[in-house]
Design a protein around this ligand. Structure first.
Ligand code: PRP
Length: 210
């Protein structure tokens, strides 16, 4: 059998943009397969097996070697801090991490409680700012926290800004830009170096051209 690369990636926006990038890079992928509910997609003619997971689990699959490569947001990579190689900025799913809160909370001074999906990133950020805060870990709908009095700040992803706006929240600080990255399992990089180098080279051409 032809050597296959197993690639972990999240469903949703990253998946759609990553598949588009892989098709442009010359991988023979069927255009309709994003509608599937399957969690493992074998695309033999492209030499790729897709594992579809939650965004936060992509680095875990790659670290454990059940996926050779993965596509994950820089936010997830910084938060998870896994033993993987980050080899390429794919420049897709661009957004940024920001501190936000209710507009009037600004007048009340420094943050005390911060709700976030990203406790590691948030702790580091506030430590660097010299602010002592309590971090409250949530798993989604972070914007709820200031609205119901759970926290006076949030640290979260902003893409269009619509979620903040529709919930009456304002941005206090932009923390860092975020894009999706290609990550690699260190052992796979030794065993399947040709396939992985080829993927990096093909994707680089599309990214540089785009
Ligand atoms: C993300 C993020 C924000 C929202 C930002 O949430 O956590 O809530 O998108 O996008 P916007 O600026 O375009 O409004 P996601 O949809 O991943 O869901 P979650 O609440 O479960 O984290």
């Amino acid at each position: 059998m032809k050597d296959t690369l197993t690639i972990a990636m999240p469903k949703g926006r990253i998946f759609v943009e990553a598949v588009d990038l892989l098709i442009k890079a010359g991988y023979d992928l069927p255009p309709e397969f994003d509608d599937s509910r399957k969690l493992i997609l074998d695309i033999e003619q492209a030499g790729l097996r897709f594992i579809l997971s939650k965004p936060v689990d992509v680095p875990t699959y790659v670290e454990h070697g059940v996926a050779d490569v993965g596509i994950a947001g820089k936010d997830v990579l910084l938060e998870e801090n896994r033993d993987i190689y980050e080899v390429l900025d794919l420049n897709i799913s661009a957004c940024y991490l920001a501190v936000a809160g209710l507009p009037d909370a600004k007048k009340r001074g420094v943050a005390r409680k911060v709700a976030t999906k990203y406790p590691r990133i948030a702790s580091n950020y506030f430590r660097e700012q010299g602010e002592q805060v309590e971090i409250v870990k949530l798993n989604g709908s972070i914007e709820l926290a200031p609205l119901i009095g759970l926290a006076d700040r949030i640290v979260d992803i902003v893409s269009t800004g619509r979620t903040l706006k529709e919930n009456g929240l304002v941005e206090y600080a932009k923390m860092m830009p975020i894009t999706s990255r290609l990550i690699v399992n260190p052992a796979s990089y030794r065993l399947k170096d040709q396939l992985i180098d080829e993927m990096v080279a093909k994707l680089s051409v599309v990214i540089e051209g785009g």
